[in-house]
Design a binder for this molecule. Structure first.
Ligand code: HEM
Length: 403
């Protein structure tokens, strides 16, 4: 149950009711507890757009480098750019940006439509499907596998690694992970290293037009990616790109079904697709929380934060901040000037933001064009992703009526 307005404020991100609808609590937090640090809690939560933007834009004070969580060894956490601060981050970002270019993504758009078309046709042939299994889950894996240059026959293995790698994202900030999960993550990294060693050698000898070849060749001021950095980069792209995009597509369909007028408007005016995807990102942000570690003692809105403390920026709350968005709790696919923080902000701004948006547009474009109607099969609550970092359903059973 969400406590009443006069009850003492409590925010427990593990609580299921809170996870299903955190927005009233976020609104109260923005008003009454913009910096929330209950006694004894290992972390500080912040909820206002301006505070979150200020934290995310200042990597000198708010570091992305975290000490290994309990049970992990330093070598378990490869030095990916997500967990690196400038200047090391700047170098890694420069290298990946040479290979992961807007041109490459634009070139892939027709292929994304084609893959979405195949998946939607297969779903329509079945009529009743789990949309996650049929479309939102396979699409990003196939796309990213093709971008990297993974042979089609290795895709299932590839998805397994991605799932294992992302399994408990965020929960590590709240306590130790069970040893078997740590062991699983260790195994994934070793398996990926063995697998990619062979592929990297191949690309060194015979470069192709894929991301792997680009990463092997990328060079900034005479510096290249080491093999460990390359593995860390690929693992990061998998972890950061697959499940998040799956989530975005799922959340888009969930919100369109919950807002039939928006669904009808989008069917009538497909040119609203790009804005609709932006609104889903704001309204139902796939990544709800973005953590930082205080590199030195600092102040947020008069609240002292000690060096080493962890600050959780609740992006899902920033994206409903009434000082930035008019009618923040309205789902409005015609919204203009949608400055949401769903892809983060500052130096770590999402590398795959435009890829994710274009992919989600492709999925929705094809799904809407090929169906006359889309219905939930029942009103049962949809199963939630195990990690509270995500706002995601893991299954979305639907009945699809062909156009
Ligand atoms: C809807 C889909 C996505 C969402 C909501 C999302 C969200 C985010 C967020 C919030 C960050 C910032 C993390 C931070 O501040 O520490 C981020 C970073 C990142 N994202 Fe995404 N992402 C999505 C899709 C993708 C895709 C498709 C890719 C790649 C193919 C990708 C690759 C990355 C990478 C590499 C970073 C780290 C950038 C850096 O550290 O400089 N993301 N993403």
């Amino acid at each position: 149950m969400t406590p009443g307005a006069d009850a003492p404020f409590e925010f427990d991100p593990f609580d299921e009711a809170t996870r299903r609808d955190p927005f009233p609590l976020f609104a109260r937090a923005r008003r009454e507890h913009p910096v929330w640090a209950p006694a004894g809690a290992p972390v500080v939560s912040i909820f206002r757009y301006d505070d979150i933007q200020a934290v995310l834009r200042d990597p000198t004070t708010w570091s992305n480098a975290f000490p290994p969580p309990p049970g992990f060894e330093p070598e378990d956490l490869p030095p990916s750019m997500l967990v690196t601060d400038p200047p090391a981050h700047t170098r890694l970002r420069g290298l990946v940006s040479q290979a992961f270019t807007p041109r490459m993504i634009r070139r892939l758009e027709p292929r994304m439509n084609e893959i979405a078309e195949e998946l939607v046709q297969a779903a329509l042939a079945r009529g009743r499907v789990d949309l996650v299994e049929a479309l939102s889950y396979p699409l990003p894996v196939i796309v990213i596998a093709e971008i990297i240059g993974i042979p089609a026959e290795d895709r299932a293995q590839f998805k397994e690694w991605s799932d294992a790698a992302v399994e408990n994202l965020g929960a590590v900030f709240m306590g130790p992970l069970p040893p078997e999960q740590i062991a699983r993550q260790r195994r994934v990294r070793v398996e990926m290293q063995d697998y990619f060693r062979r592929l990297v050698e191949e690309r060194r000898r015979r470069p192709r037009e894929d991301l792997l070849s680009g990463l092997v060749a990328a060079e900034v001021e005479g510096s290249r990616l080491s093999f460990d950095e390359l593995i860390a980069m690929l693992l990061l792209i998998l972890v950061a790109g697959n499940e998040t995009t799956t989530t975005l597509i799922g959340n888009a369909v969930v919100e369109l079904l919950a807002h039939p007028a928006a669904l009808a408007a989008l069917r009538a005016r497909p040119e609203l697709l790009a804005d609709a995807v932006e609104e889903v990102l704001r309204f139902s942000s796939p990544i709800q929380m973005d953590p930082r570690r205080a590199a030195r003692a600092a102040d947020v809105r008069g609240h002292r934060i000690e060096a080493g403390q962890i600050v959780l920026s609740w992006l899902g709350s920033a994206n409903r901040d009434e000082t930035v968005f008019e009618r923040p709790d309205d789902f409005d696919i015609t919204r203009r000037d949608n400055r949401h923080l769903a892809f983060g902000f500052g130096p770590h701004y999402c590398l795959g933001a435009s890829l994710a948006s274009i992919e989600a547009q492709a999925a929705l474009r094809v799904l809407l064009a090929r169906t006359r109607s889309i219905r939930r099969v029942d009103d049962a609550p949809l199963p939630l992703h195990p990690s509270f970092v995500f706002r995601a359903v893991t299954s979305l059973p639907l009945e699809l009526e062909p156009a």
